[in-house]
Write a protein that binds this ligand. Structure first.
Ligand code: NAG
Ligand code: NAG
Ligand code: NAG
Length: 692
């Protein structure tokens, strides 16, 4: 594209070469939520309450600017994002940088880890599983996301972007193959697999010294290697892959530090599981029913596992596959991205959204969205975590929040039933506005484009085939409007707002979990495709589109049953930070375990800091060799006496291959809440121990 004739002078050549570069800013920040006492969001399991920390959550921001326009993509180690989070991040950025960052040019995308604290999504149905809104989680994410963009903004350099793709097998499977088979045979015949196996990489290289400064990947896989029995905060498989890439490129740095930033972001993972051994009946060892994913009619016993022997091993295996493939791509030259930065954004009210589509037989059909509603199969959950809301298992009455609000569940009207058919409506969330909206009706649709790269920000979980159809439609539109033949649409999942799933019309007919959770009805996907085609065309022709209805801000109405953290206490004769269990001498392959008298880790998210350090003696000093952000360390917290407020932390450190022999010690850093309600810091230190 930017090649110039040999007759042109050197000066012109240089100026053309320079203008082909972008201004690039890359930033990372800690956005870890409260490490204890807050329920995780994803599996919506009340019992999955935070009990410590395995991997810190990070937000990673990538800014691309062509001198005229600027686009920002942020990927966050969290389940997803909602209007409220993005609105507050934009407010924060506005006070720093005026209107540089707006809803037009900023995508915030969740990685979809199911092992992260919830209660920040605001729409009632999405916060009920966490007993309502949790300000602490919301603030942790907003602050971390804002800081990552600030860090990127303050580090703009001239650079180039290289695009590479490859196939990564054995890292995902389709968890609803029966739904996938409902898609037309001719369409399925175009694809070798029933999930996307393509991994897409953007490599960011600084122009001044040709050094890579960052890397960003997309691969379609649920971040559900850690299952619903895990209570340690974790960024799961994709989060670990990011840490692995960053530690390769930032040798000698602790996780979350170092200039190089590596990320693995979410894509059309709706029906895609990392549990590659597939589902099995845990009671009988037999195969689950193919269509219903049940064992003798019970969803609870049909669970997917693998590739490892347990969830920790599986997380590491999937992460390592992603990382290794990313590294291979990174070593290639890649295709240099060039062309202008452009963006377009619209709010769309899905229940009133209409389109005319042409059916296979050539006839035209008018389609419209429905008010949000969840189908019965939503309650059955998935083989990655059965019984999402545990209705089937009858635990509805165990959740005081459900008790409090179930009487307000309005029955659907005739029109609503017809609109969602064949979905039987379990929760008519669109019919209730009490005490505030249950699910969003207004969604964001957004495209960011830099050169051939086209990011499609979608508000939820597109299934494999839904993603393929959307990408193809946008690609055709861009090319037919004079865009590059090399146009590369990338679907960025869980962007900006969460509206559950988006299955194809055909998949919807079977009403498995994904179809049952396609909240705007059977035509949801086609409405999105229609809208994204209009936006892509407008982007190419420089047309402005109606911005659409601004989503309602109900952040002042939020209710919660999550109580403030209790005060902490100690037993007679003890102090916070006292070491209750001293470490033993260890060797490679061992796990060192220490215990301390503690306060709740909930009092401070410790962004940019750590609840623990593993320190190695240098003779006259100590150096930190691991923190709570390391894969090799785990921080467990337990309230041992709820009357006196006593609690303890257990710190585990796996002594891995690379650990040098020497003298070590482990430090715990924490905070306790006094009887006066104030928060006080404390520290504890173990005895020295030997690693041989
Ligand atoms: C912020 O941006 C607006 C619109 O571009 C401009 O009118 C205003 O002067 C700017 N304010 C500051 C403080 O730069
Ligand atoms: C979670 O994984 C553990 C192994 O790490 C396994 O024992 C357990 O059955 C799994 N539970 C679910 C609900 O997937
Ligand atoms: C759109 O705007 C860009 C930049 O202002 C310009 O280069 C391009 O030719 C325009 N395209 C059309 C179709 O008008």
């Amino acid at each position: 594209m930017w090649k110039v004739g040999t007759l042109l002078g050197l000066a012109l050549l240089q100026s053309v070469a320079v203008s082909a570069d972008y201004q690039i800013g890359i930033g990372r920040a800690d956005c870890t939520g409260p490490a204890a006492e807050i329920i995780f969001m994803g599996y919506a399991k009340l019992s999955q309450v935070g009990c410590g920390l395995h991997l810190r959550q990070f937000s990673r921001a990538f800014i691309v600017d062509d001198g005229e326009n600027r686009a920002v993509f942020v990927t966050v180690d969290s389940l997803t994002i909602n209007h409220g989070v993005r609105r507050q991040v934009l407010k924060n950025l506005n006070s720093l940088y005026n209107d540089t960052y707006t809803e037009q040019n900023l995508i915030i995308s969740g990685t979809h880890s199911h092992s992260t604290p919830g209660g920040y999504l605001m729409d009632l149905m999405l916060d009920i599983p966490c007993l309502g809104f949790v300000q602490e989680t919301f603030d942790a994410y907003v602050n971390g996301i804002t800081q990552s963009i600030v860090n990127a903004h303050e580090n703009m350099v001239q650079g180039k972007i290289f695009l590479s793709t490859d196939t990564l097998l054995d890292a995902n499977i389709n968890r609803s193959p029966a739904s996938y088979l409902y898609n037309p045979e001719e369409e399925r015949a175009k694809y070798e697999y029933d999930t996307d196996k393509e991994i897409v990489q953007l490599k960011f290289v600084r122009s001044s010294d040709n050094q890579p400064i960052g890397v960003l990947h997309w691969y379609a896989v649920h971040a559900t290697s850690m299952n619903n029995t895990n209570c340690l905060v974790s960024s799961d498989n994709v989060g670990l892959a990011s840490i692995q890439f960053e530690s390769l490129m930032n040798p000698g740095n602790l996780p979350g530090t170092g200039d190089f930033i590596g990320a693995f972001a979410s894509s059309n993972l709706g029906d895609v599981s990392p549990n590659t051994k597939g589902p099995i009946c845990i009671d009988t060892g037999e195969e689950c029913d193919f269509v219903t994913s049940t064992c003798n009619g019970d969803a609870k016993n049909c669970i997917a596992f693998g590739p490892g022997d347990n969830m920790v091993e599986s997380t590491e295996i999937i992460a390592t596959k992603l990382f290794e493939k990313g590294k291979e791509l990174f070593e290639q030259d890649g295709f240099e991205v060039s062309g202008p930065v452009k963006y377009i954004h619209q709010y769309v009210d899905m229940p009133t959204e209409k389109a005319t589509i042409t059916l296979d037989d050539g006839t035209e059909q008018e389609i419209q969205g429905c008010t949000p509603a969840m189908g019965y199969s939503f309650a059955g959950g998935t083989t990655d975590g059965p019984g999402e809301f545990d209705f089937a298992q009858g635990t509805i009455t165990d959740n005081p929040f459900w008790d409090a609000v179930r009487d307000f569940l309005f029955p659907p009207t005739e029109e609503e039933i017809a609109c969602h058919a064949p979905k039987p409506i379990l929760l008519n969330t669109g019919g209730i506005d009490f005490p505030y909206p249950w699910q969003p009706s207004v969604v964001t649709t957004q495209i960011l484009m830099f050169g051939e790269v086209v990011l499609l920000a979608v508000p939820g979980e597109f299934t494999t085939m839904s993603g393929r159809r959307l990408r193809e439609a946008v690609q055709e539109t861009i090319i037919s409007n004079g865009g590059s033949e090399n146009t590369k649409p990338i679907l960025t999942g869980h962007s900006n707002v969460y509206t559950n799933y988006i299955a194809t019309f055909e998949e919807y007919q079977l009403q498995r979990y994904e179809g049952g959770s396609t909240i705007f009805g059977p035509h949801t996907l086609n409405l999105y495709i229609n809208r994204f085609k209009q936006m892509a065309a407008a982007l190419m022709t420089n047309e402005t589109l109606d911005p659409g209805p601004t989503p309602r801000d109900f952040s002042s109405q939020l209710i919660t049953l999550v109580f403030p953290a209790a005060s902490d206490g100690v037993a007679e004769g003890q102090n916070f930070g006292d070491c209750l269990q001293q470490p033993e001498a260890a060797t490679v392959g061992d796990t060192v375990v220490v215990k301390f008298v503690s306060g709740s880790p909930r009092h401070d998210v410790m962004h940019g800091r750590t609840f623990l350090t593993v320190e190695k003696s240098t003779g006259d000093d100590w150096v930190v060799v691991a923190t709570d952000a390391n894969w090799e360390t785990r921080l467990w917290w337990e309230r041992t006496n709820s009357e006196t407020g006593e609690s303890e932390v257990t710190i585990e450190w796996d002594v891995g291959e690379g650990v040098e022999a020497g003298e070590y010690r482990i430090r715990h850093i924490g905070n306790y809440k006094g009887q006066d309600g104030d928060i006080y810091p404390y520290e504890g230190l173990s005895d020295t121990f030997t690693v041989s």
